[in-house]
Design a protein around this ligand. Structure first.
Ligand code: ATP
Length: 215
């Protein structure tokens, strides 16, 4: 979409919020909305909303407001083409499946677009996400221009898969394995250790009960 180049960053950041609220309105059967009502719901002021919408051409009519369906299909196109971030998930075990189920699409502009595993569920679609064989990893990552991956494999497999991901062009890895994987400069790893988080909480509860209760 060429006109995207003219949309200011601040406006682009508000798009997912408009989109989410409009989806909610559509589900509730609302067909049109004024900028004042949108302002009330999104907490952006009405002038900001009108200015944002003016970047997309004449979407509203004076005295009529905005057509919810038209806005939704317009925003869906802009978001899909420009800022929806596709993420890969490697390892469709218990944790992997929970994340597939959770997905991130509803609450943000990120979603798991493809998942990979050596044996579980290959060729199936789980929670709307296709599961590919590991042999297709590089090809799919390149084809779908994915540059972020979530690792939920056993730790023995983590480094080798990380190397493959990096070779395929992945720039960010959310690592749920306990292994501290090595990556070259320019690739970022975010380690998520749920056991550790829970243990920290237990430690605080046991040792600093008065602090955690705020007394
Ligand atoms: P978790 O709760 O950590 O997901 P789990 O018991 O469900 O644990 P794991 O043994 O940790 O399963 O494996 C997670 C997933 O990773 C499994 O679906 C497994 O098939 C997959 N897996 C294992 N080795 C590899 C590998 N080398 N490449 C890709 N996927 C793998």
């Amino acid at each position: 979409m060429n006109e995207q180049a003219r949309i200011p960053r601040a406006t682009a950041k508000r798009l997912p919020i408009y989109y989410r609220y409009l989806t909610f309105l559509e589900d509730a059967g609302t067909t049109r909305i004024s900028s004042a009502e949108l302002a009330e719901a999104t907490k952006f002021d009405a002038a900001t909303i009108r200015r944002d919408f003016s970047y997309f051409g004449a979407l509203g009519k004076r005295g009529y407001g905005y057509d919810v369906k038209a806005l939704l299909s317009f925003f869906a196109k802009v978001l899909d083409q420009n800022s929806l971030i596709n993420v890969a998930l490697i390892g469709v075990g218990n944790l992997g499946q929970a994340l597939l189920n959770f997905n991130f699409h509803q609450s943000s502009n990120m979603r798991i677009a493809a998942a990979f595993d050596i044996n579980e569920h290959r060729g199936k679609i789980l929670s709307g996400v296709p599961i590919y064989d590991m042999s297709e990893l590089e090809e799919q990552i390149k084809a779908q221009r994915i540059n972020i991956a979530i690792l939920t494999v056993p730790q023995e497999a983590a480094q080798e898969i990380t190397d493959t991901l990096v070779a395929a062009g992945v720039k960010g890895i959310m690592n749920f394995t306990p292994l501290r994987v090595s990556v070259p400069d320019g690739v970022r790893v975010q380690n998520v250790d749920l056991t550790n988080e829970l243990q920290t909480l237990v430690y605080f509860i046991q040792n600093y009960a008065s602090i955690t209760t705020g007394k």
